[in-house]
Design a protein around this ligand. Structure first.
Ligand code: IMP
Length: 418
């Protein structure tokens, strides 16, 4: 572990290589104790990770997984779109378990706000798309696309602006009112402006003091502190480089994370790519290595593949090696974390998609299965030979070393190889 930490250097990003849900939280949890700052850069409450607090499972959407480590400072970056009532709920959940994140929290004044009506617009747009084309994007209905639409149209509300408006009577309501009139004209939705205002003011009474000019602060911290950047969603969902239009609305790559935090590209000293040993997708869009039959069901059951945010069963299939190669190049991965290797323990042989590039039909290569339990193993040498070969195959094809291998649900079920 010491060797890995020194290889990672002071500023490390953890980025998903597939369609999200790779299990980034476990590597983050393991590494966070060794970092001073945990930063989330982009996206919103469409992300979801399960955290056990006080013996109870909770799904968090906005606070990074590393927030539980009480010595860390937690940053919510400028590239994010934040639904404040969700953030307040997460803060309260932690408080009830005796963890107060507020004094260690910094929220960028440039982050945008997701209002209730953004969620309604998300639903209306999905419905209209389905009526017109017969298909949906399959969004999480968290208002992400509509909040980024406002951001790009320069009608978005930012954290800093809301803090300033909240100090003048009725100013916030006036600002919301004209935006609401646009929403009514475009989508036939009548936002409840009063309710939006009350929710915003209530949230600000808890976190208003934590809204800061983030990039200066983070830049200063980068001089002598260790920063762990927690990616949200993943490379194939990137707005520019993903499987458009079946993507999210933010930049999910390492470059996107740096942009979202206002850090220069040269600040990054390492980037861990996270990929499942197989592959899953929630929502619509091409999935060339998808396995819809009995084997797909087995992956889903063994891997517990149900969405943390929506509860939807995830579509399951096999690793697409070309997508990993592309993700490794695009993000500049220095290490891999291959998660959930044990889910493949029951397979006779393991198909791996080649020449897929996320869109077209997949050509499948068959790799040997190992038919032995790898659950809970902590050393590479203890893995069956075929499982070692599987890992080496990923390294050989992508040119990136596999430093971490997940072998089960527990915190300890991880092989650290560096
Ligand atoms: P949106 O981000 O809610 O607009 O959803 C757009 C697409 O991204 C849908 O296919 C979602 O299922 C997918 N998506 C968004 N966030 C996540 C995530 O954290 N994990 C997996 N898929 C996600």
């Amino acid at each position: 572990m010491e060797k890995l930490l020194s290889a990672l250097g002071p500023v490390c990003a953890v980025i998903g290589a597939q369609w999200g849900d790779e299990g980034k939280g476990k590597a983050i949890d393991m590494l966070a104790g060794h970092f001073d700052v945990i930063a989330r850069a982009c996206g919103g409450a469409n992300a979801g990770h399960t955290i056990v607090v006080g013996g109870k499972k909770h799904v968090f959407h906005l606070l990074p997984a590393g927030s539980l480590h009480e010595h860390t400072r937690v940053f919510l970056g400028s590239g994010m779109v934040i639904h404040l009532p969700t953030l307040v709920e997460e803060i309260r959940t932690l408080r009830n378990a005796g963890i107060d994140v507020v004094p260690r929290l910094s929220i960028s004044e440039e982050a945008h706000i997701v209002l209730e009506y953004h969620k309604e617009v998300d639903g209306v747009m999905e419905q209209r798309r389905a009526e017109a084309t017969g298909g949906k994007i399959g969004t999480t209905k968290r208002g992400i696309g509509p909040a980024y639409m406002d951001k790009a149209a320069r009608t978005g509300l930012r954290m800093g602006e809301v803090c300033a408006l909240a100090k003048q009577p009725h100013a916030l309501e006036r600002e919301l009112q004209w935006r609401a009139s646009l929403v009514t004209a475009m989508f036939g939705i009548e936002p409840d402006v009063r309710h939006e205002c009350t929710a915003l003011l209530e949230a600000l009474s808890l976190i208003g003091e934590r809204v800061v000019p983030m990039s200066d602060l983070l830049h200063d911290l980068a001089q002598n502190k260790r920063i762990l950047i927690e990616g949200a969603q993943a490379t194939l969902l990137d707005i520019d480089h993903g499987t458009y239009p079946f993507v999210t609305s933010s930049a999910t790559t390492a470059a996107g994370a740096l942009q979202g935090l206002g850090l220069p590209p040269r600040a990054l000293t390492s980037c861990i790519g996270v990929a499942k040993a197989y592959c899953t997708r929630v929502g619509e869009g091409a999935f060339p290595t998808e396995e819809t039959g009995e084997r797909g069901d087995r992956l889903r059951e063994r891997g517990g593949e149900y969405g943390a945010t929506t509860g939807r069963p995830r579509r399951c299939g096999w690793l697409a090696i070309d997508d990993l190669m592309t993700a490794a190049r695009m993000n500049g991965f220095t290490h891999w974390n291959i998660t959930k290797l044990d889910v493949l323990d029951a397979e006779d042989s393991i198909p791996v998609g080649t020449e897929t590039h996320a869109r077209g039909a997949a050509h499948k290569e068959q790799l040997e299965g190992w038919k032995k339990s790898t659950r809970g193993l902590q050393s590479f040498d203890a893995l069956p030979a075929a499982a070692q070969q599987y890992i080496r195959y990923i390294e050989a094809r992508t040119g990136v070393p596999v430093a971490l291998i997940g072998t089960g649900q527990g915190r300890e079920d991880m092989i650290v190889r560096a």
